[in-house]
Design a binder for this molecule. Structure first.
Ligand SMILES: [Zn+2]
Length: 333
């Protein structure tokens, strides 16, 4: 079936057309005008409308690199449906290397926003009206939080069978169940919610090739699952994902220099030593950090100086597995 014309603002995009729009952001006191570039590839044939967005936190750049790769893919010419790709949602944050907006608010938790609200709420409202309302599916790409390194992972509500199938088709090293209502699109008040996967990988202010490659390949597999692309078997991952229902952050019992002993994705047993925190000024005072459960390391702190109570490592309760341990090779086939 032939696709129908798509309207964004005053622009009408015909089936088979590809273009880039610059969406204006709310005005800054400097009068510097900023735009959010949005790429639209509107297939000739009808299908889902997939929104892929990155850098909603302006310092998280792995997703921006993934979208760059995706947009240069010749395969998209024969695509069914529509791809809307936003390499940088938070252009303010990108230019200042910061996570949040100029009003210090987090755009990710500002949806659906409001016309009369804060700077962040107005931007969220505008994006909601112009872009989010068009999407049937979304992949929202993140890169951990400041001073955290995360194993590439998909978060979604696994109680929804379609989302579960999409998460599985992505084939990341780890899939986590979440019913959180925080974050982009889950706060969107539409009658038919957008089917959303969160891909979270690596750390802010750093490009990580394994995270980028896994994300890029995963998106292609999701597009195949949605019948937007036809792909060959070579795009199948070498390893099945590890499914996670529960995880917890292990916090530091004391302050000092933190030495980690475990890498991302490794399997640990309950009471294994994960890290030691010792006195930077040379006394013999030190604290041992042990695993609360059998499981794998999902994320860890990257800052060697920690205070009492800081999160140090995130451990997911799982059965013994070596699949997530070899995550660096995931997507490198
Ligand atoms: Zn983020």
């Amino acid at each position: 079936m032939r696709n129908k014309p798509l309207t964004i603002g005053s622009t009408v995009i015909q089936p088979g057309e590809r273009l880039t729009l610059g969406l204006p952001t709310p005005e800054l006191y400097s009068y510097a005008s900023l735009h959010i570039p949005v790429h639209i590839i509107h297939g000739k044939k009808a299908g889902p409308t997939l929104l892929i967005c990155a850098a909603i936190h302006g310092d998280e750049m792995n997703g921006t690199a993934i979208i760059h790769r995706l947009l240069n893919l010749g395969l998209l010419k024969g695509m069914h449906g529509t791809l809307i790709a936003i390499p940088v949602m938070n252009v303010f944050g990108l230019t200042t290397l910061t996570r949040n907006l100029p009003d210090r608010r987090d755009l990710d938790v500002s949806f659906p926003g409001s016309e009369e609200g804060s700077f962040a709420a107005r931007l969220a409202h505008y994006l909601n009206q112009e872009i989010l309302s068009l999407a049937t599916h979304c992949i929202d790409i993140h890169s951990g939080e400041p001073y955290q390194h995360r194993i590439p992972q998909i978060h979604t509500n696994l109680k929804n069978p379609e989302l579960k199938a999409l998460a599985h088709s992505f084939q990341p090293p780890v899939i986590l169940h979440t019913e959180s209502k925080r974050g982009l699109l889950w706060q969107n008040q539409k009658e038919s919610p957008i089917h959303t996967l969160i891909y979270d990988a690596g750390e802010p202010l750093r490009l990580d090739e394994a995270c980028i490659r896994i994300g890029f390949r995963g998106i292609l597999r999701v597009m195949r699952q949605l019948n937007m692309l036809s792909l060959t078997e070579k795009h199948t991952a070498n390893y099945p994902p590890t499914w996670v229902r529960n995880s917890e952050w292990v916090r530091s019992p004391g302050s000092g220099l933190c030495q980690l002993y475990k890498k991302l994705g490794v399997y640990v047993k309950e009471r294994d030593t994960l890290a030691t925190v010792y006195d930077p000024f040379g006394t013999s005072r030190s604290f041992k950090i042990t695993s609360p459960t059998n499981g794998i390391i999902l994320a860890h702190n990257t800052l060697p100086l920690v205070n009492e109570g800081d999160p140090i490592l995130q451990v997911a309760q799982t059965e013994e597995t070596t699949h997530s341990e070899s995550w660096q090779e995931h997507g490198l086939e």
